[in-house]
Design a protein around this ligand. Structure first.
Ligand SMILES: *[C@@H]1O[C@H](CO)[C@@H](O)[C@H](O)[C@H]1NC(C)=O
Ligand SMILES: *[C@@H]1O[C@H](CO)[C@@H](O)[C@H](O)[C@H]1NC(C)=O
Ligand SMILES: *[C@@H]1O[C@H](CO)[C@@H](O)[C@H](O)[C@H]1NC(C)=O
Ligand SMILES: *[C@@H]1O[C@H](CO)[C@@H](O)[C@H](O)[C@H]1NC(C)=O
Ligand SMILES: *[C@@H]1O[C@H](CO)[C@@H](O)[C@H](O)[C@H]1NC(C)=O
Length: 747
C-alpha cells in the first residue's frame, strides 16, 4: 500500500489541536494551494461489481461477484438463475441442494399422527438482494401454516416450510438478523434442523422457541395488541446459536384447536428481525399470511467462501483465494472458521473485495453532500479527499480545522510571537498529556473487551454507549435512587428519557455471562417489562440504560411519603399486567427467565400507572455469583421459603413473591412491619382463626364496597403463598383469574 497517511488519520483527538497551534506561526507564510481536487472528482464512472463482461443485475436485483448468472461469472456455489418469464426478471439461487418446499400433512381431530402427507416439489430460493459488504443475502422464505381443514370437519392441515441451504454450500441462516415468529391464538413454532452428516438418520429438533398463548379463551383475544409481538397472539424468539442452520423446517406443536370456527389458522416463519408487524386481524381468516406473502417473507442468509481459510500472517494465499482486491482483508465467516471466510474492504474503502481493484477509496467529500453529519467540514473549510480519509483545511486567511468547525481568522502578528514562545513549554505538557490519554484509552479498551463488547457488537439489538455519552447524566442532580445493585440516574439520550443504572463498585458479574444476559434481556419485548435500551461496557462494571418511567416504583406509590390515591381498579390492573409480564417471562421456553426478586420496588409505573417489571436477569446474574458465598438474593420479605430451603429457583418462587405483592396491594402495608412482624403472617393468622381478613384491607378501597373482590384477591394471594409448591397456581392461572375478576367487576 502506498498511501500518504497524514498523522491526522489516527483518530486521536488532541493531536490536531496541537498541530494547529504549532502550525499557527508557520501558517502565515505558507501559501495554501487551491483545489487540485476538482480534477479527481471528474472520474465519476460507475464502479464495477462483477467480473469484466458479466451482467451485474437481474431485474431489480444487483448481482455482485462472487454471485453471477452466466458461466464464468460466478464462483462455485454462487450461481444465480435469472428467470425472464417474470417482469421484472427475478433472481434465484441455483446452487445444487438450495431449495425449499412445503410439506402438507393432514391430521384427524384429536389424532396427532398424520393421515396423509403431500410434498409440494422443491422450488429454487428467490433472492431479494445481496450485500457483499456485510456478507449477507436476503431471500424469500415461505410461511408455514396450521389450519382447520377446508371441509370444516375440525380436522386440520399443516403446511410446513422445509428449507435446504446445503450442508457444504456457501449459505447459513443468519442467527442475528432473523427471528422465529409465530402468529395465532395458540402457537408454538419450532425449528427442526436436519444435520445430515452427523445424524443422517435422525432429525435434530431445537427446543421450542416461543409460545403465543391465548389459552383458547375468546375473551383473551382482546389482549392481542397491534404491532407488539408479546406472546399474545404473536410471539417471537431469537434463533439458537447451538448449531449452524442449513437444512431445517418450521413446524408447530400440533394441538386441537377449540377456536377453529373464528381463528382457523396459526402461522410460523423465519423472518428478518423487525420486518413483520403483527396486526390482530391476522388471527382471523384462512391462510391470511401465506396469501398475503405468496412469494414468501424476507429472511437473511450469511454467505462465505467455504473451502478455505484465511491465510496466516506472512503465509502465501492459495491460488483460489477469494479476497483478490487490494485494500481488502480476510475475516472468518460469521458461523466460525469452520464455515470458511469472507472478504471485506479495509476501513476508508468501499466496494467489492472479491474482484480485482474492487475496494476503492471512499470519496468522503462526495458522500458528505448526501450525509454532511457523517463527514463534517464547515462552510469555512474546503473538503479534500485523500486516501484513507479526507481533510478540510480552512479557507485562505483562516486557521483551525474545518472538520472540527474551528476555522477562525488568523492570530495577529503579536499573538503569533507569543504562541511561538510558549510553544516549547506547551509541547512538553502536551506529550505528558498524550501519554496519560493513551493509558486511559487502553484501559477503556480493556474494560470493553472484558465486559463482552465483541459478543454484544454482533447482536444488533442493543445500543453500545460510549463512556462520554453517559458521563453528563451521572451527576448528583440527576440522581433518582438506589436500587438493589446500583445507583440510578435520569437523563436524556437520543431525545428519549432514560434511566441509567450504575452498579455499585464491588458488585461482581461474570463478564461473558453478562453479555449473554444483556442479549437475552434486550430481546425480551413486552409492554409490561422495562425495556433495556443499551449499555456501556467501557467501564470496570458495565452500566445499563433503560427506558425511564415517570411514576417511580409501586413501593414508592404504596408506601412513599406522598400518599397517592389508588382505587381498586388501578390496583387490579397493576396486578393483572405485572402478572402478565411474569407469564411472558416464564413462557420464554428457549431461555426461561425467572425473575427471582419480584417485589413492589421492582414494579415501575409509567405516567398512566401501567406497571413494568424491572431488574430481572441481572438479579439472577448476581445470584449466580453469590451462590458461591452462600448468601441469597432478593429481599427476605418476598423470598420463597422453599427456595431458601432447597436453593432451587423456579417459576413458583416468583409466584410466591407475587402473592406477597398482592397482599401489599390490598392492604397498603409493607411486607415487613416496623415491629418486625410480616404481612404474610398477619394474613395467614387472620385466615387460620377464621377471623375475617377484612380488617387488614386498606380502608381506602374497602370504602369502595367491593369486599367480594378483595376476598378473592386475598384468596389467590394465599394460594400463591402455599408452602407446597405444587399447590401454588402458575402465573398463567393467576392472570386468568385476575382477568375474570376484573371483568366481573366492570360489568
Ligand atoms: C421461470 O419461472 C417459471 C414460472 O415459475 C417456470 O415455469 C420456469 O421453469 C422458470 N424458468 C427457469 C429457467 O427456471
Ligand atoms: C375432510 O377432508 C379430508 C381430505 O380431503 C378427508 O380425509 C376427511 O375424511 C374429510 N372429513 C370429513 C368429515 O369429510
Ligand atoms: C444413526 O446411525 C448411527 C451410525 O450409523 C447409529 O449409531 C445410531 O444409533 C443411529 N441412530 C438412530 C436413531 O437410528
Ligand atoms: C389493528 O389494526 C387493524 C387495522 O390495521 C384494525 O382493524 C384492528 O382493529 C387493530 N387492532 C387493535 C387491537 O387495535
Ligand atoms: C479464524 O479462526 C481461527 C480458528 O478459530 C483462528 O485461528 C484464526 O486466527 C481466525 N482468523 C482470523 C483472521 O480471525
Amino acid at each position: 500500500m502506498t498511501t500518504t497517511r497524514s498523522s491526522q488519520s489516527h483518530n486521536s483527538q488532541p493531536l490536531p489541536i496541537i498541530l494547529v497551534l504549532l502550525a499557527a506561526a508557520a501558517a502565515a507564510s505558507t501559501p495554501l494551494i487551491l483545489q487540485a481536487a476538482a480534477a479527481a472528482a471528474e472520474q465519476d464512472e460507475k464502479q464495477p461489481i462483477t467480473l469484466p463482461g458479466c451482467p451485474d443485475r437481474c431485474g431489480d436485483t444487483l448481482i455482485p461477484f462472487p454471485f453471477g448468472t452466466k458461466p464464468g461469472c460466478f464462483r462455485e456455489g454462487f450461481q444465480v438463475t435469472c428467470n425472464d418469464s417474470f417482469t421484472p426478471h427475478r433472481a434465484f439461487l441455483a446452487y445444487a441442494g438450495v431449495n425449499q418446499h412445503i410439506a402438507e400433512i393432514y391430521y384427524k381431530v384429536g389424532w396427532h399422527h398424520p393421515v396423509w402427507r403431500t410434498d409440494h416439489g422443491n422450488t429454487a430460493l428467490e433472492l431479494i438482494d445481496i450485500s457483499v459488504a456485510d456478507g449477507e443475502a436476503r431471500a424469500y422464505g415461505l410461511v408455514s401454516s396450521l389450519c382447520n381443514a377446508a371441509n370444516l370437519s375440525g380436522d386440520y392441515v399443516a403446511k410446513c416450510q422445509n428449507l435446504a441451504l446445503g450442508e457444504r454450500g456457501p449459505f447459513l441462516l443468519s442467527v442475528t438478523r432473523n427471528l422465529l415468529v409465530g402468529v395465532g391464538w395458540r402457537v408454538e413454532p419450532k425449528i427442526m434442523s436436519y444435520l445430515w452428516s452427523a445424524y443422517r438418520n435422525s432429525t435434530y429438533e431445537f427446543s421450542l422457541a416461543c409460545l403465543s398463548d391465548l389459552m383458547g379463551m375468546p375473551k383473551l383475544l382482546q389482549l392481542a395488541t397491534n404491532g407488539s409481538c408479546s406472546s399474545r397472539g404473536c410471539c417471537q424468539a431469537a434463533l439458537p446459536e447451538a448449531a449452524p442452520l442449513t437444512d431445517f423446517g418450521t413446524w408447530f406443536t400440533i394441538e386441537d384447536n377449540p377456536m377453529w370456527q373464528t381463528n382457523p389458522c396459526t402461522y410460523a416463519m423465519v423472518v428478518e428481525s423487525d420486518w413483520y408487524r403483527f396486526s390482530t386481524p391476522d388471527l382471523y381468516g384462512v391462510e391470511v399470511l401465506p396469501r398475503r406473502y405468496p412469494r414468501g417473507v424476507p429472511f437473511v442468509l450469511d454467505f462465505s467462501i467455504r473451502n478455505g481459510a484465511c491465510p496466516g500472517k506472512g503465509q502465501k494465499p492459495p491460488p483460489d483465494y477469494a479476497c483478490v482486491s487490494g485494500n481488502s482483508y480476510c475475516a472468518n465467516a460469521t458461523g466460525g472458521a469452520a464455515h470458511g471466510y469472507v472478504c471485506r474492504c479495509l476501513e476508508h474503502y468501499d466496494g467489492n473485495p472479491y474482484i480485482a481493484n474492487g475496494c476503492q477509496d471512499i470519496d468522503e467529500c462526495k458522500l458528505r453532500k448526501l450525509n454532511p453529519e457523517l463527514y463534517p467540514c464547515s462552510s469555512d473549510g474546503i473538503c479534500k479527499n485523500r486516501l484513507e480519509g479526507y481533510d478540510c483545511p480552512c479557507k485562505l486567511g483562516m486557521k483551525g480545522d474545518g472538520i472540527k468547525g474551528t476555522c477562525t481568522d488568523k492570530f495577529p502578528l503579536v499573538a503569533q510571537v507569543i504562541v511561538g514562545g510558549i510553544g516549547g513549554i506547551f509541547i512538553i505538557a502536551a506529550i505528558s498529556f498524550l501519554i496519560l490519554l493513551h493509558k486511559e484509552k487502553q484501559k477503556t479498551r480493556e474494560f470493553y473487551q472484558k465486559n463482552g463488547g465483541p459478543t454484544l457488537e454482533k447482536a444488533k439489538f442493543i445500543k453500545l454507549f460510549k463512556k462520554e455519552e453517559l458521563k453528563p447524566i451521572l451527576k448528583s442532580s440527576n440522581f433518582i435512587g438506589k436500587g438493589g445493585f446500583g445507583e440510578v440516574y435520569k437523563g436524556f439520550l437520543d431525545n428519549e428519557e432514560v434511566a441509567v443504572k450504575k452498579p455499585i463498585s464491588g458488585t461482581m458479574l461474570e463478564n461473558e455471562q453478562f453479555a449473554n444476559e444483556v442479549i437475552i434481556q434486550s430481546r425480551v419485548i413486552h409492554k409490561n417489562i422495562v425495556r433495556l435500551i443499551g449499555c456501556c461496557l467501557e467501564v470496570d462494571i458495565p452500566m445499563l440504560v433503560y427506558e425511564f418511567l415517570s411514576n417511580g416504583s409501586l413501593d414508592d406509590i404504596l408506601h412513599g411519603k406522598k400518599k397517592v390515591a389508588l382505587n381498586l381498579g388501578v390496583r387490579l390492573s397493576i396486578a393483572v399486567e405485572s402478572a402478565d409480564a411474569l407469564v411472558y417471562m416464564h413462557s420464554k421456553t428457549n431461555a426461561k427467565i425467572i425473575h427471582g426478586d419480584v417485589k413492589p420496588a421492582n414494579i415501575l409505573l409509567d405516567d398512566k400507572f401501567a406497571p413494568k417489571i424491572s431488574d430481572f436477569g441481572i438479579s439472577r446474574l448476581i445470584a449466580r455469583d453469590k451462590k458461591h458465598t452462600g448468601s441469597v438474593i432478593g429481599d427476605m420479605s418476598y423470598i420463597d421459603p422453599v427456595y431458601l430451603q432447597t436453593g432451587l429457583l423456579t417459576e413458583k418462587s416468583d409466584v410466591y413473591s407475587f402473592g406477597v405483592v398482592i397482599l401489599e396491594l390490598i392492604s397498603r402495608q409493607k411486607a415487613t412491619h416496623s415491629d418486625g412482624g410480616s404481612l404474610v403472617n398477619s394474613f395467614l393468622e387472620a385466615g387460620k382463626k377464621e377471623k375475617k381478613v377484612t380488617e387488614l384491607f386498606d380502608k381506602e378501597i374497602v370504602a369502595e364496597g367491593d369486599l367480594e373482590i378483595l376476598d378473592s384477591l386475598a384468596a389467590i394471594a394465599l394460594e400463591c403463598l402455599n408452602l407446597d409448591v405444587d399447590q401454588r397456581p402458575s402465573m398463567t392461572e393467576v392472570v386468568e383469574r385476575l382477568l375474570i375478576m376484573n371483568r366481573s367487576r366492570k360489568s
